[in-house]
Design a protein around this ligand. Structure first.
Ligand code: HEM
Length: 445
């Protein structure tokens, strides 16, 4: 038996805000250990990092999620009563509903919707002097999210709903006004969707057949009971909010294309789906998004001689695990080609959690995220040309979640869609747009 290395500071909350995504990584090198104990907001907390620790963290016999996430996150990012806070059979049943939406047809339809809205957006951007990519893609993905889930979105509400959905993610790690905005956005968005669910159940509104709206409104839990309208709203937000959050990854794609010319050249040279996938994976590995996930020890146990006491909060380092030099050679280099040799481990590459999404808490939307990022990447590289004027693209590593200060400004946007499609029609360069179709009409349900 040995003692878990422990920080000597009384409390490390300030260090967490100072070191941000590198907080656990720094503790790990200070203690030369994949596990150490610290105090955050005065609570004793075990910090875990690396693939082996991730495998332990995803053992649901040993850890539970109920009551693990800090209240400020539950009031903004997750909401109360949603799938993130469930364990055991209640979790498995609710999670199955999410997984059922991620069928190959579901993913294809999301890609088609995204492509349709990208095409329209590019045409609009060509008429503007400058475009703030982050704002534009959030709005574009809000449209995609609502259409994909079957949630009506009147044109007059697009801005409002985009702002609400984005604020819940942006403000979740903030303090002061950012946090308050996120809480208010959640309250309003929950009221909007709870009312929609009531209307669907009373028959005043129809949910499109096979849609997520229908699945959530009709879902029955293990005891055969429907979700309350408020919890149904929380689960609908668990679909809408993260789809809009993919905009952050799209901005990171644009940033990578701009700042890593070698990666860009490899992508354009290969011009195939595998190279697109490798680029997307490297963006998800390289850039910071969610720093950690939290759980609590279910019953006390011993692992590698270390004692985990019952009820202790545990944080798994997502960012640090994706940058662990024992797995990722030169982790601070942006190298999409490293994914040619990746072993596919469910625990060493965990930007959206680890383990099996069907049985554990890993993100159910990972393939959907990748699909949306691939469409965006093809659009950025093959459907348009643009300049990147001088701007402040720096990211603060202690902002949760981070973003380039300028939110990525583009100017002189030119659509090359016509050019690309003429070549495809002429049979010259069939792969110019990869999987994109020439259809400019909105795909139906
Ligand atoms: C922006 C890209 C995304 C990132 C970085 C991301 C990240 C994550 C992370 C880190 C978790 C927690 C894993 C854990 O607790 O072990 C998670 C869970 C979850 N994600 Fe995502 N996600 C993204 C996109 C999506 C999408 C597109 C959807 C669905 C449309 C989605 C739905 C969910 C849900 C419902 C959960 C809770 C799963 C559970 O508790 O069982 N996410 N995500």
């Amino acid at each position: 038996m040995s003692d878990i290395p422990r920080d000597t500071r009384l409390d490390s909350t300030l260090a967490l805000f100072r070191d941000g995504y590198r907080f656990i990584e720094r503790g790990r090198s200070r203690h030369r250990s994949d596990i150490f104990e610290t105090r955050l907001l005065l609570q004793r907390t075990l910090c875990l990092s690396g693939a082996e620790a991730a495998r332990l963290f995803y053992d649901a016999q040993r850890f539970q999620r109920r009551g693990a996430a800090p209240r400020r996150l539950r009031k903004t990012l997750f909401g109360l009563g949603g799938v993130q806070d469930l364990d055991g059979e209640a979790h498995r049943s609710r999670k199955a509903m999410f997984m059922s939406l991620m069928s190959p047809q579901g993913l294809r339809r999301a890609s088609e919707l995204a492509e349709h809205h990208w095409r329209q957006a590019i045409q609009r951007w060509t008429r503007r002097e400058r475009v703030v990519l982050f704002d534009e893609v959030e709005e574009l993905l809000c449209r995609v999210a609502c259409e994909w889930t079957g949630i009506p979105l009147p044109e007059a509400e697009v801005r409002l709903r985009t702002r609400q959905l984005a604020a819940m993610v942006d403000g979740s790690g903030g303090i002061g006004p950012r946090q308050w905005r996120a809480r208010m956005a959640r309250r309003r968005a929950e009221a909007w969707l709870a009312s929609l669910v009531r209307h669907v159940r009373s028959g005043e509104r129809a949910a499109p057949e096979g849609s997520a709206l229908e699945a959530v409104a009709e879902y029955l839990g293990p005891e055969g009971r429907p979700l309350s309208p408020r919890v149904a709203a929380v689960e609908l937000l668990n679909l809408l909010r993260p789809i809009v959050a993919v905009a952050r990854f799209v901005v990171f794609e644009a940033l990578a294309l701009h700042e890593h010319p070698r990666g860009r050249a490899q992508l354009l040279d290969a011009n195939d789906d595998d190279a697109d996938e490798r680029f997307v994976q490297e963006v998800r590995r390289f850039y910071p998004f969610f720093p950690f996930v939290a759980a609590r020890v279910r019953e006390g146990f011993t692992w590698k001689g270390y004692t985990f006491p019952r009820g202790r909060r545990v944080l798994l380092d997502l960012y640090g695990t994706n940058h662990d030099p024992r797995v990722w050679e030169r982790p601070s280099d942006f190298q999409p080609d490293r994914f040619r040799h990746w072993d596919g481990s469910a625990f060493s590459f965990i930007p959206q959690g680890g383990g099996d999404p069907a049985t554990g808490h890993r993100c159910p939307g990972e393939r959907l995220t990748i699909a949306l990022m691939k469409v965006s990447l093809r659009m950025l590289t093959r459907a348009m040309r643009y300049d990147v004027p001088a701007q402040d693209l720096r990211m603060r590593f202690n902002r949760f979640p981070p973003e380039p200060a300028s939110r990525f400004v583009m100017s002189n946007v030119v659509s090359v869609l016509d050019e690309a499609e003429r070549r495809i029609a002429g049979g010259g360069e069939r792969t110019m747009l990869g999987g994109l179709t020439a259809d400019t009409h909105a795909p139906g349900h």
